[in-house]
Design a protein around this ligand. Structure first.
Ligand code: FA5
Length: 343
């Protein structure tokens, strides 16, 4: 029996010498160890082996089977590795510098509008600044004239962190850093993600975007504010727009206003977008409070400034006719991909 087993093992070794693919290894495994394989066939002789010899012969056969499997597996592993290396080195080589074929991404509608607004402001001499999402209590509140225990803190339901910092409730939190960074004249816009612990509905999210702007110079007036906003809106809506101011209240501006735009969709005649009122409430704004300038190291006797805090999501919804703010954060590609800008 041992001779027969050795013959099969020699046969296996000889075949393995010639083999150069894992598929051939698998075929050899079937040939030697499969249901009708050469070693399996030897097991059929077991019934003719005298009972006293059965243990010894059985052991021989099992050892032969294990050895055949070991020989085939070793070659198979070697060939698998060689095949993988071949794939990596030749056919599957990826050149990441090549242009993407047949696969195009697109920017999120919010990013598209944000970039358009930024471009308009840049063309009018503004710099684009960034802000933090986690802010100090000082930047978010105190530096913009909202001291501790001020009732105005209740206007923004704040996410406080254990370390006393906050998730920025408004882009105004970046004002102080920007006022300190530049010396007047200053023209800056700064978009950013804001967070408030609010109930979510079609027009409110707990995570939303604003785009803020500040202008600081000698003799800045409300006229400057109206001019820049009108310019920006006319470019975005691609038509001359009219704006109006209503009185508002913010601790960081004095006087404060709410800016409305005459509905660009019906020219003020009344439509579903303006709820037939002819005007759309657009953004809070005002003349920067002297305390905010002081916190920023700017002398309010010499300089004045104005600021606005545009709800960016609201602007996106208006520009693109999206009616529910939740769509913007939904990842709903059916909707979002309608506003494609190829990259
Ligand atoms: C502010 O956040 C002020 N910091 C804006 C400002 C800046 C005023 C500079 C004066 C000078 P307000 O809380 O109203 O203001 O928010 C501004 C805009 O952000 C709103 O008009 C609205 O469009 C948007 N906004 C506010 N809360 C939410 C929310 N939960 N979901 C979506 N948009 C929101």
């Amino acid at each position: 029996m041992q001779d027969k087993i050795n013959e099969i093992l020699d046969y296996t070794k000889a075949k393995l010498e010639e083999i150069d693919s894992t598929a051939e290894c698998q075929a050899l495994r079937v040939d030697v160890l499969g249901k009708s394989g050469k070693i399996t066939a030897l097991f059929r002789f077991m019934k003719e082996v005298p009972p006293a010899e059965k243990g010894k012969v059985g052991q021989m056969l099992n050892n032969g089977k294990i050895e055949a499997e070991r020989l085939i597996s070793a070659k198979e592993t070697f060939l698998e590795q060689a095949e993988l290396e071949k794939e990596i080195n030749s056919a599957e080589k990826i050149d990441i510098t090549l242009p993407i074929k047949g696969c195009k991404g697109s920017l999120h509608p919010r990013t598209i509008i944000q970039k358009q607004i930024e471009d308009v402001f840049v063309s009018m001499g503004f710099v684009v600044e960034d802000g933090n999402e986690v802010e100090t209590e000082y930047n978010n509140f105190i530096a913009v004239n909202v001291p501790e225990n001020h009732p105005a803190r209740d206007m923004q339901d704040t996410f406080w962190l254990n370390n006393g910092q906050v998730l920025k409730t408004h882009t105004s939190a970046a004002q102080n850093r920007i006022l300190k960074k530049y010396t007047p004249p200053i023209r800056a816009v700064f978009p950013g993600r804001c967070f408030r612990n609010e109930d979510v509905d079609a027009s409110h999210e707990n995570t939303f975007f604003q785009l803020e702007g500040v202008i600081v110079d000698k003799d800045v007036s409300v006229g400057n504010l109206i001019y820049f906003m009108k310019e920006m809106l006319s470019k975005i809506f691609k038509k001359e727009v009219e704006v109006r101011l209503r009185p508002g209240f913010f601790p960081f501006t004095e006087p404060s206003f709410e800016m409305d735009v005459r509905c660009p969709f019906c020219d003020g005649k009344g439509c579903p977008t303006c709820k037939n009122g002819g005007w759309i409430e657009l953004c809070p704004c005002g003349m920067i409070h002297p305390n905010v300038l002081r916190h920023g190291g700017i002398d309010p006797e010499q300089y004045s400034g104005c600021a606005f805090g545009l709800g960016l999501d609201r602007m996106v919804m208006l520009s693109l006719g999206i009616h529910d703010i939740r769509e913007l954060n939904s990842g709903n590609l059916k909707l979002l991909s309608q506003f494609k800008l190829d990259i």
